[in-house]
Design a binder for this molecule. Structure first.
Ligand code: ZN
Ligand code: ZN
Length: 336
């Protein structure tokens, strides 16, 4: 008697389901380590990197962000009625585009600037000094541009620092809402548009496959603003959700400088022929220290490679924004 068996490759989700585990939809940033780990990763990536100065300055910003997040004042949060309404509408409870920002975000920005005043390259010190003298209305208008993705009228030189303060403010609110509702039901869940952050509705910076804690290579998208991670199956376009024409590009060592090579080998661009967008994907089984925001900055060469074929970036990195394509030269990240 012969036995035939068909072998089918299971997705990580199927493997997890069979093992009795469920893939958690959300993974939370850690208040005490989020930006400290990002700082460490940026310093690691900066060694011998062609964008060394820029990555080190980003590391300084991350260090200041950690100090701010570890000791953030209480701010108004959505009440139960607002959380219920968001859940009913499958909308993000802390929407970046129209959440009424508390003045604490600007106080946070000034604390951040005070920490950065002495470090960094000359150009960065000049930007810090300029921001310290900026008035509150101008800062709020810049924040509106950043949070709605409008680059017209955005001052690209000061944007990363303003964004850094907004990131801390939003991460604080995310974690504060979460801890206030322990035992009262989950305040964050799936929203209507799964390409956007379930907390604040922002676009992801990149995606990451996770292997620790019972996860078997499941892919998560990381929010560019609040750092919440949400699950999305692999081999699926994170922009149009098509599974039909997804492909992967990565850098050959010849494309990257030798120093960049180590970081770049970890990064892939998940491209979609259907809609022409791509998002980077990093793999923790290849390097456990990967940080979406840091590794994205250090693999700009991959963006250049992928954009040559006409693909557009779906990911947003608030530390490195590009203006509207126009007559002006793109910003030189090395001199930020
Ligand atoms: Zn978010
Ligand atoms: Zn697509």
């Amino acid at each position: 008697m012969s036995v035939t068996a068909t072998v089918r490759v299971m997705s990580p989700e199927e493997i997890a389901a069979q093992a009795g585990g469920e893939t958690p939809y959300l993974l939370w940033p850690e208040r005490s380590t989020l930006f400290a780990e990002r700082e460490m990763r940026l310093r690691q990536l900066a060694a011998h990197h062609p964008m060394r100065e820029f990555l080190l300055f980003a590391a300084e910003i991350a260090r200041a962000q950690q100090a701010l997040l570890s000791n953030f004042p209480d701010v108004p949060l959505p009440d139960e009625a607002q959380l219920d309404r968001a859940a009913r509408d499958a909308a993000p409870p802390l929407p970046a585009v129209d959440w009424p920002r508390d003045g604490a975000w600007q106080a946070g920005l000034h604390r951040l600037l005070a920490q950065l005043e002495t470090g960094g390259p000359d150009a960065a010190r000049e930007v810090v000094a300029r921001l310290r003298g900026a008035d509150a209305d101008w800062l709020d208008a810049q924040a509106d541009c950043l949070l709605t993705g409008v680059t017209h009228g955005l001052d690209l030189a000061t944007a990363p620092l303003i964004a850094a303060a907004l990131q801390v403010y939003w991460t604080h609110m995310l974690l504060a809402v979460q801890s206030a509702s322990i035992g009262r039901g989950q305040p964050f869940g799936r929203i209507e548009d799964e390409t956007l952050c379930p907390c604040c509705g922002s676009r992801p910076v990149a995606s990451i496959t996770r292997n620790a804690g019972g996860l078997l290579g499941q892919r998560y998208l990381q929010c560019s603003l609040c750092s919440l991670q949400w699950h999305m199956v692999r081999i699926k376009c994170t922009h149009c959700l098509s599974t039909q024409s997804v492909a992967y590009q990565s850098l050959q060592r010849a494309d990257a400088s030798e120093a960049e090579g180590a970081a770049s080998a970890l990064a892939q661009a998940e491209t979609c022929d259907g809609c022409g967008h791509y998002l980077k994907i990093f793999h923790t089984d290849r390097d456990a220290q990967v940080d979406c925001a840091a590794d994205d900055l250090a693999t700009l060469t991959l963006d250049l490679l992928v954009s040559e074929s006409g693909s557009r970036r779906h990911g947003v990195n608030l530390m490195l924004l590009f203006g509207d394509p126009g007559p002006e030269d793109p910003p030189d990240p090395g001199s930020a």
